[in-house]
Design a protein around this ligand. Sequence first.
Ligand SMILES: [Zn+2]
Length: 127
Amino acid sequence: MKITKRTIDLESGVEGPRHDPYSYEEYVVEINDKMIVFHSGLDCWLSINGREIPRLYGKRFGVLPYLMFKNMTGIDPNDFVDLYERKYRRCCGPRLEDIPGFPGETLIVCSSCGKVVDTCFNKQAII
Ligand SMILES: [Zn+2]
């Protein structure tokens, strides 16, 4: 598969019952026309364009989403956070700022030179 476009985003939050919240991370990769999300928390799943891939429990918990994510994005979920951080340390400023763009879109801008380092898109923001 030829990659014409790839953006990555890291999201985190909490899930589970309110009295016992559990933090999760989502590795979001937009590749060509596909939006692939690897969710790692209380539960582990993968979704492609918003459609969840059936889960496997027991011993193989998390194995399928892991392998599919790696296969489809070329990124090992274990390396994702490193990759993400490397990418965002690339510019000159000490910090990056989120600035709203079009509805649902966020521009990631270097606090020092103002360069747009990346954009990310949150579908939930416009539904
Ligand atoms: Zn900069």
